[in-house]
Design a protein around this ligand. Structure first.
Ligand code: BGC
Length: 764
C-alpha cells in the first residue's frame, strides 16, 4: 500500500470515529474523542508520544534563538506536534503532507501564529482596541482575524494577550487591554468567542491561546521578562481574572509566561498550572510554554535542560515551544524515574485532543483552501471594518477652543516623522501585515479632505536621534530612519512650512517597535528632537493639533499644557491613515477612552485608578506634610483611567438607586441621566464603579463594575441604568474565599474613573 493510500485509510477510520461535539452534545462527543485518541495512543511509541509535545518554528518571526534544525526530518520521524511561524495554504499544505503522508502514524500537525490584532488586515494594537470599550467590535476584529488566518492555512492563534499592565515602561502593555481586571475580562471573553466561534472544527475558526499565564504584566521596573512577586490576594483579585474569563469562555489553549511567580518560573509552576488552572478553574485544554520558556529556566537557576523539562512536565505543561527539552530529555527522565509515563501520556492526549477538536483528523487540509485565501485576505469588507474599528479606538485627550474637527478648506502643515510613514502604521506584533499596504496619515488626509485643502509637508525631526535606541528598534528593519538633513535643518524647514499654513497637524510619537516584546523604555515621553520640534511649532503661534502614535501611555505633561489639541491614535493598523483623517475632519466623532492611566512623569509609576487607600491619604487642599504623596508631583495622573473627550460634551445628573439596601440574593438598579450638552451627535461610554467602605482586607478606592455605550443627539438626554447583585461585589478575601461582605458601599457613575457622581447603599 503506498503512502497516500495508507493516509487515506487512516482518515477514513478517523472520519468513522469522529462526530462533531456540537451535533451530538458534549458528553457523547467527549466519549467519541476519548475513544479515538485512546485507540490512536495505543499505536504510538513512547517517542511518538513525546514527539507530539514538541512545538517548533522553522524560522520567520522569531523572538529568540531558533533551536529546531531539520524540521522536515523531525516531522517525518514523528518528532513534531505542531509548527508555528509559517503562513500560506501552499506552505502549510506542504508541511502537513510530510506529517500525514510520511510519518508512521500520519498524525496531522497544528499550525500556530501570532495573530494578535488582525492577520493580514491589521487592526489597532490591543491597547487601542480596548480603548473602544466595545466588546462586540473587538469580537468582530477577532472574527475577521480568524477568517483571514484560516484562509491562510492556520488553525491556532497566540491571542488574546490578557496580562494586566500598570507599568507603561513595559513595552508589552501595547499587547493587552490595560490595567483593569473587569474590562480586561470582558475583552478576553469577546476575543475568545470571536476567534473560536461556536465550533472549533469549522474551517473559519481557530483555537485561541490566552497568554501569558500568569502575571507577566507585573514585571518589576517594567523591564521585560523580569521577576514578578505579589500577594495572593492581589493575584486573585487583580491579575488572574482575565485569564479565568478566557478559560470560562472556553479558550482551547493557555500559554505560560516567562516570569517567576513566588520564586518559581511560570512554566514549571505547579500552583499556577495544576492547582489554579486545572483544579480550581477546571481548564481541560492544552497548556503550551512560551518561546524557549522551558530552557530559560536554566538561567533562572532551576537546573539543566533535563531537570527543567521534567519540572515543567510535572508542574502540568503539555507542549514545549522551541526549547526541544521535552523531545530531547523526557525519555531519559522517564527511565530515571523523574517523570511518569502517565504525565507524558496526559500531555500527549491534550495535544491530540486539540487536533481532534480542530477537525484535523477528519481533514488535515481543512485550512488549506487557495480560493478562500484569494477572496478573504484583505478583502474590501475587512479593510472597511479595519477603518471603522480604528476610528473607534482613538482617544481625544485635549481639544481646546474646539480646534478639532478641522475644516475641509485652507492650508494644513502636516509635520512629523510619522506623518507620511507606512513602516510604522501597523504597530507591534503584526507579523503577517504588510506595511506597504498601510494607509499613511498623509494619504488618509488626502482621501478624506478633498481638493479644497492644501497640504504642505515637512518631516521636521527623526523619530529619534539616539543611536543606541535606533539600533535596538531597527533589528527587524528600519523603523527609525535617520534623515540626511541635520536636526536643525529639518526643524527650520518644519517651522517655515508651519508659518505658511492655517493649522499645524504634528504626527509624532513612537516607532512601532518601541513597544511590544523586549521594548521596555525608561523614558516614555516624546524623544528629545520630536519635543523640540513640537515646541518650535507651538511657538509659531499657529494652532497645533498633536496626533500621537504610541503603544503605551506616554508622559505628556508639557504637551498637555501647551498644545491645544491632542488625539491619541495608538498604532491604528492597515487603515489607520483613513481613520485618523475621518476623526480629524469630524466624519467620526471620537469616542475612545484610555484603559491605562497616563502618568505625569515616570516617577509616579506604577499608577492605576483602582489602588488601595493608605492610612494617610492626601486630598487636594490638605496640608501635604506626613501624607502619602510626593514633594515634586501631584498624586493624580495626567489622564485618568476611562478618560477620553468627544467633539460634543456630556453632562451627568440625577444619580439614583431604586433601593439603598441590597439584600443578599436581590438586586439594585442604579441610574443616571446623561445629556449631550454640545452641538454634535456623539457616543459616550458610561462607567460604573463601586467601593466597599469597610472590608476584611483593604479594598480598592474604586473598582469598575459595568459600562454602557450610548449615542446621543445634541440636546438629548438618556437615562442609563446598571443592575448590581451580590455577585458583583464579591472578591477574594485573605483565605482566598470568593465572598461578598455585608456593609456600606459607594457607587459611582461617570464619564471616567475620576469624574463621577456617587450614591451610597448597604449590602445586607
Ligand atoms: C512571546 C509570545 C509569542 C511567542 C511566539 C514569545 O516570545 O512572548 O507572546 O506568542 O513568542 O511567537
Amino acid at each position: 500500500m503506498n503512502d497516500i493510500m495508507r493516509s487515506l485509510q487512516s482518515f477514513a477510520i478517523g472520519i468513522l470515529l469522529i462526530c462533531s461535539f456540537t451535533v451530538e452534545g458534549q458528553s457523547s462527543g467527549q466519549t467519541k474523542m476519548d475513544n479515538f485518541i485512546s485507540a490512536l495512543m495505543k499505536k504510538m511509541t513512547l517517542d511518538e508520544k513525546i514527539g507530539q509535545l514538541n512545538l517548533v518554528t522553522p524560522g520567520g518571526a522569531v523572538t529568540g534563538a531558533v533551536v529546531s534544525e531539520d524540521v522536515d526530518t523531525k516531522i517525518r520521524n514523528g518528532q513534531v506536534g505542531g509548527l508555528f511561524g509559517i503562513t500560506g495554504p501552499d506552505k502549510i499544505r506542504r508541511a502537513q503532507e510530510i506529517a500525514v503522508k510520511n510519518s508512521r502514524l500520519h498524525i496531522p500537525l497544528i499550525f500556530g501564529l501570532d495573530v494578535i490584532h488582525g492577520h493580514r488586515t491589521i487592526f489597532p494594537i490591543p491597547l487601542g482596541l480596548s480603548a473602544s470599550w466595545d466588546t462586540s467590535l473587538i469580537k468582530r476584529s477577532a472574527r475577521i482575524a480568524a477568517n483571514e488566518a484560516t484562509a491562510d492555512g492556520l488553525n491556532w492563534v497566540y491571542s488574546p494577550m490578557v496580562d494586566i499592565a500598570r507599568d507603561p515602561r513595559w513595552g508589552r502593555i501595547a499587547e493587552g487591554s490595560g490595567e483593569d481586571p473587569f474590562l480586561g475580562s470582558q475583552i478576553a471573553k469577546a476575543m475568545v468567542e470571536g476567534y473560536q466561534g461556536d465550533d472549533l472544527s469549522k474551517d473559519s475558526t481557530v483555537m485561541a491561546c490566552v497568554k501569558h499565564y500568569a502575571l507577566y504584566g507585573a514585571a518589576e521596573a517594567g523591564r521585560d521578562y523580569n521577576t514578578v512577586d505579589m500577594s495572593k490576594v492581589r493575584m486573585y483579585n487583580e491579575y488572574l481574572p482575565p485569564y479565568k474569563a478566557a478559560v470560562d469562555a472556553g479558550v482551547g489553549s493557555v500559554m505560560t509566561s516567562f516570569n517567576t511567580v513566588d520564586g518559581i518560573p511560570a512554566s514549571a509552576n505547579r500552583f499556577l498550572l495544576t492547582d489554579v488552572l486545572r483544579k480550581q478553574w477546571g481548564f481541560r485544554g492544552l497548556i503550551v510554554s512560551d518561546y524557549t520558556s522551558i530552557s530559560e529556566m536554566i538561567n533562572h537557576g532551576f537546573g539543566d535542560l533535563q531537570a527543567v523539562s521534567a519540572k515543567s512536565l510535572n508542574a502540568g505543561m503539555d507542549m514545549d515551544m522551541v526549547s526541544e527539552g521535552f523531545l530531547s530529555t523526557l525519555k531519559k527522565s522517564l527511565q530515571e524515574g523523574k517523570v511518569s509515563l502517565q504525565k507524558i501520556e496526559d500531555a500527549c492526549r491534550k495535544v491530540l485532543e486539540a487536533k481532534y477538536k480542530l477537525g484535523l483528523f477528519d481533514d488535515p487540509y481543512r485550512y488549506c483552501n487557495d480560493e478562500k485565501a484569494k477572496s478573504e485576505l484583505m478583502s474590501d469588507s475587512n479593510l472597511q471594518a479595519a477603518r471603522e474599528i480604528a476610528e473607534r479606538s482613538f482617544v481625544l485627550l485635549k481639544n481646546e477652543n474646539k480646534i478639532l474637527p478641522l475644516k475641509k478648506s485652507g492650508t494644513i502643515a502636516l509635520i512629523g516623522p510619522l506623518a507620511d510613514n507606512k513602516r510604522n502604521m501597523l504597530g507591534t506584533w503584526s507579523v503577517s501585515g504588510d506595511p506597504e499596504k498601510s494607509v499613511t496619515i498623509m494619504q488618509g488626509i488626502k482621501n478624506v479632505a478633498g481638493n479644497e485643502v492644501k497640504i504642505l509637508y515637512a518631516k521636521g525631526a527623526n523619530i529619534s536621534d539616539d543611536t543606541m535606541l535606533i539600533e535596538r528598534v531597527n533589528v527587524f528593519g528600519t523603523e527609525i530612519d535617520v534623515d540626511s538633513k541635520s536636526p536643525d535643518e529639518m526643524l527650520n524647514e518644519a517651522v517655515e512650512t508651519a508659518n505658511k499654513a492655517d493649522v499645524v497637524v504634528a504626527v509624532l510619537g513612537e516607532a512601532a517597535d518601541m513597544t511590544g516584546e523586549s521594548s521596555s523604555m525608561s523614558h516614555i515621553g516624546l524623544q528629545p528632537d520630536q519635543q523640540n520640534l513640537l515646541k518650535a511649532l507651538v511657538k509659531t503661534g499657529k494652532p497645533v493639533v498633536l496626533v500621537l502614535m504610541n503603544g503605551r501611555p506616554m508622559t505628556l505633561t508639557w504637551e498637555d499644557e501647551h498644545v491645544p489639541a491632542i488625539l491619541d491614535t495608538w498604532f491604528g493598523g492597515t487603515e489607520a491613515g483613513n481613520a485618523v483623517a475621518d476623526v480629524l475632519f469630524g466624519e467620526y466623532n471620537p469616542s475612545g477612552k484610555i484603559t491605562a492611566t497616563f502618568p505625569r512623569n515616570v516617577g509616579q509609576i506604577p499608577i492605576y485608578y483602582n489602588h488601595l487607600n493608605t492610612g494617610r491619604p492626601y486630598h487636594p487642599g490638605d496640608s501635604p506634610k506626613f501624607k502619602s504623596d510626593y514633594l515634586d508631583v501631584l498624586n493624580s495622573p495626567l489622564y485618568p483611567f476611562g478618560f477620553g473627550l468627544s467633539y460634543t460634551t456630556f453632562s451627568y445628573s440625577n444619580i439614583s438607586l431604586d433601593n439603598s439596601i441590597l439584600q443578599s440574593g436581590g438586586k439594585i438598579t442604579a441610574s443616571v441621566n446623561v445629556t449631550n450638552t454640545g452641538t454634535r451627535k456623539g457616543k459616550e461610554t458610561v462607567q460604573m464603579y463601586t467601593r466597599q467602605m469597610v472590608g476584611s482586607i483593604a479594598r480598592p478606592v474604586k473598582e469598575l463594575k459595568g459600562f454602557k455605550q450610548i449615542t446621543l443627539e445634541p440636546g438629548e438626554t438618556q437615562k442609563v441604568s446598571f443592575t448590581l447583585s451580590v455577585n458583583d461585589l464579591k472578591f477574594y478575601n485573605s483565605d482566598l474565599k470568593y465572598v461578598a461582605e455585608p456593609g456600606d458601599f459607594t457607587l459611582f457613575i461617570g464619564t471616567n474613573s475620576a469624574d463621577v457622581k456617587e450614591a451610597d447603599f448597604k449590602l445586607k
